[in-house]
Ligand binder design. Structure first.
Ligand code: 13P
Ligand code: SF4
Length: 319
């Protein structure tokens, strides 16, 4: 506890000293989320993180999350220094969509509007017409569909399938998935729902289709947190990374939160519903990068300029 207190007070001091602000995702360790809140930074979903970093006046933005979040911050703010506790924190969706293969896929289907999920590398975004996050994917695809556009979608097939179903748009899907959400099991969820018949089921759309179909609310991390605060239910079954429980509990202390099962027998598995890359963000590497600046996110100028267009479109569409 002593070491933790020392680390926290050092981080607070160095953030000030270096004119830096901490932006954290809801999946990071509660200690990191708390620090972001206490120091005037923010804890948010991926769209809000992008917007916050873009609007905040600090000259250094420390992004506690995964690589694509740091890259997005750099693309939107080339003049700022963007640091991450570790640049090793990637995402299975990003890894599963290599830029050269993606380029070839786009070239094969050049009649389609290219829409990519934010969970991609800067190079993949640079090839896209639009970037979306889970909080705005549906609205943006709806709009493109209304204009008669055919879509090429990458990389998350579950989110893609969900949006295709709800909008009826013509979407060709890349075959990618999130290793964390992929683990949620429909069978186990059915059993759990039988135990808690009055619970509302909240599901992140990166989950398998059968799990999404059982949801009362499908949405981004922020949208799921909002549902816990606003729905009249007393109990909630939550299918997303369990880092989200920190904020849910804080905002709705009287509600009962239950982890959705990641095994077919209905048993919960703590370590399954936890993103291994989000978990790489800790107090020690956060302080280290603040003091040494070695984990700096850099994006090559051509890529950055090309990726800025679809990202800006998303921010303009959602503002
Ligand atoms: P959100 O945009 O909902 O925060 O999702 C980001 C993410 O990586 C989910 O796994
Ligand atoms: Fe990527 Fe899944 Fe981790 Fe989100 S939870 S960062 S989608 S691997």
């Amino acid at each position: 506890a002593d070491e933790k207190t020392w680390l926290e007070s050092r981080i607070k001091a160095v953030l000030k000293e270096k004119d830096a602000v901490l932006v954290a995702h809801y999946y990071t360790d509660p200690d990191i989320q708390r620090l972001a809140e206490e120091t005037g930074g923010c804890v948010a979903d991926s769209l809000e993180m992008a917007r916050f970093g873009n609007q905040h006046p600090a000259s250094t933005v420390v992004v506690a999350g995964v690589r694509f979040m740091g890259e997005t911050a750099k693309i939107l703010n080339p003049e700022k220094r963007i640091l991450m506790p570790t640049l090793e924190a990637t995402c299975s969706l990003d890894v599963g969509c290599p830029p050269d293969e993606f380029e070839a896929f786009c070239n094969e289907h050049s009649d389609r509007t290219v829409v990519v999920y934010a969970n991609t590398s800067a190079a993949v975004k640079a090839r896209a017409d639009w970037v979306v996050t889970s909080s705005c994917a549906q609205a943006i695809i709806e709009d493109l569909d209304a204009r008669g556009e055919k879509i090429l979608w990458a990389p998350d097939k579950h989110l893609g399938h969900y949006v295709q179903k709800t909008t009826g748009a013509d979407m060709l899907l890349w075959d990618g998935s999130c290793i964390v959400h992929e683990e949620f099991k429909y069978r186990g969820l059915e059993d759990l729902k039988a135990l808690y018949p009055d619970a509302a089921v909240l599901v992140h759309p990166e989950s398998p289709d059968a799990v999404v179909e059982m949801a009362d609310v499908v949405g981004s991390t922020s949208q799921l947190i909002h549902a816990v605060q606003t729905l009249p239910n007393q109990e909630f079954i939550v299918a997303t990374d369990n880092g989200i429980f920190y904020k849910m509990q804080q905002l709705a202390p009287n509600k009962t939160l239950i982890e959705a099962p990641t095994a077919g027998d209905g048993a919960t598995c703590r370590s399954c519903a936890q993103c291994p890359w989000m978990a790489m963000n800790g107090l020690k590497n956060l302080l280290h990068v603040l003091e040494h600046g070695d984990q700096e996110v850099l994006v090559e100028a051509d890529t950055r300029e090309a990726a800025l267009k679809p990202l800006r479109r998303m921010l303009d569409f959602t503002s």
